[in-house]
Each structure stands twice: as structure tokens, then as C-alpha cells.
Design a protein around this ligand. Sequence first.
Ligand code: TRP
Length: 342
Amino acid sequence: MKDVILTGVRSNDEPTLGNYLGAFLPMVRLQREKAGEYQVNMFVPDLHSFTTPIDHEGLYERTIKNLKYFVAAGLDIDNADTNIYRQSYVPAHSELTWILDCFTYMGEMSRMTQFKEKSTNEDNISVGLFNYPVLMSADILLYGAKWVPVGDDQKQHLEITRDIAIRLNNKFGELFVVPEDWKKQLDFSARDSGVRVRSLTNPDKKMSKSIDDPRGTILLSDDPTDAAKKVMSATTDSVGAIHFDWENQPGVTNLLQILALLTNRTQNEVTAEWDGKTSYGDLKKAVAEAVQAFLETFQARYNEVGKEALISKLEASEEAMNIVANETLVRVQAAVGLRPKA
Ligand code: TRP
């Protein structure tokens, strides 16, 4: 049995250039490097996608579309050690969540910062939002995943997963593989967690799909020439010379970062080439060209991704994952007394 690397691919939003550079590429790289030695489970947490209100009309198609973006970014769907599946197609996720809920405490859940952030100043906060981390624990524990490469914002969720697993193991015997701790996760994925692409118009903020800031955000579906125009009108500063300095020149630094990532060069190399130059216009032009060329190639690749091949990969993985997940679920059901002891 190979150790499992498990990661969730969110499907709520139209992906941005920031998602591509900060999440899609690292994940694809991880698959390319580790599949073979490891089993790689990439799943869409579709049940997590409406813990806060969404437009349900497009959810199903958006899930498929976002997976197509991953394939266009280089995800290999023919790899036998990679499973790609949708959470809601493996009912054991929901069933295990309920059982774990009964061993999870209100106090520890109330301390989750993501819950606090998302619920502040909201009127109708769903129980699903509160319970989000327990479903995430089930996602991980069902497959005995040791490795869960996630961003800093998910650190607490990984920790509560470990707490729940250890708690149940202490009570019922060795039920779950406990995922490795945060420090080991960081070493394992040696992830360049520094990649956080900023908004072009508000370079102090993360690039995100928000209606207030359409000119600051490049969507993977943007028209390439329009995207180039957004780069040309990016906010910079009045320093007058280019330096890689997030503190004082976030706009220019963001452009240097995008340029390095899109042209596949190291940051040092790109920074050295531009450092001290005074024409912000030249830098913008270089980035605009890189963005335009990238989107043209990427969108052409996206259009070639076959939906049928993707769906059949999903179905094959979902069949296999139901078997694995149900084995864990039955073990837990027996441990808590819902099924006869084996
Ligand atoms: N919460 C994760 C995020 O926001 C997505 C996710 C859900 C996940 N379940 C998971 C990630 C299990 C890793 C493992 O990015």
C-alpha cells in the first residue's frame, strides 16, 4: 500500500491567474513528482461549496469546468496512481462526518478562525459553515491520508483532524491513520507557500474574484488582450525605480513575481534583470505580453480537454474510492457499536 497524498480542489469560483500560479501549478507539480511513489487523491469538496450561500444553478458544471482547468494546467488524468473524484459521489464522507461530530466539541470548533472570519457580520450563519472542519476531517481520515498539502489558512483544520483522529484512536483502538503534523507537511511538500499573487489595482490585497475589483483580477477565462490591458493599467508607486520589495513597492513586486512564474524563471533571475530600472511602462509591457501569451496557450489547451475522458476518470475513481471509504466507515461503525464487531 502506497502512502496517500490527499488534496481538495475548490470549485466555487471562476479561477484567477492567482489560483493558477498559487494552487493549480503547485498541485500539478506535486502529482508529477510524487505519483508512482505515492497515491495521489485529488477531490472536489463539492459538499463544502455551499456552507456560505452560492448560486446553485451553475455548481455542477463549475465543478467539471474547474477540473478541466486543472487538466489544462498539466494534471495527468491517465496516471493510475491518481484518483480524481467528487466528494458528494462518495456518501461515506457525509456518514463519517456525523459520527465524528459526536466526538467533536463545541468549544474547539468555536475557536476556528476561518469560521469566525466568515461568520462575523453575517445574519444567517449555516450549521454547515460551523461544521466545515469536521467534514474536512472525514475527507482525510476515510483514506488514511498521511500527507495533506494545504495552505496556511487550513492549518487549524489539519490540526483538528489530528485531534479527532487521536481522540478516537485512544477511545476505540487504532481506527485511523493520523495525518502528519503541520511542520512535517511543510517539509514534505517543500511548497513555495510564498506565492500569493496580488490584485493589480490593490496590490496590498490578494488577487481574488470579487466584483469590486474586476480590473485588478485576471480570470483564466479572460480575453487575452483585455487581460494585457489590465496589466498595463496596474497600480504601481511613485518610488521611480524597480525593486523587489513587497513592503514599499507591492505593485511592482507583484508584476515581477508574475513575470518570473509565467516565464518559468527564478525570481532572482527576473529581479536581477529589472532591478533599478526606471521604466515601469517597460515592465508592464513585458508582463502584459507574458500574460497574453500564457492565456492564449492555456485557453487553447483548455478547449482541447475532452469532457468524456474526464468524466470517465471521475467515475472510475469514484467507484474505487467508494470501496476504500466504505471499508473505513464500516470499521468505525463497528467500533462505535453500530455494526457487529468483526
Ligand atoms: N478546506 C480546503 C480549502 O479551503 C478544501 C478542502 C476540503 C480540503 N476538504 C479537504 C483540503 C481535505 C485538503 C483536504 O482549500
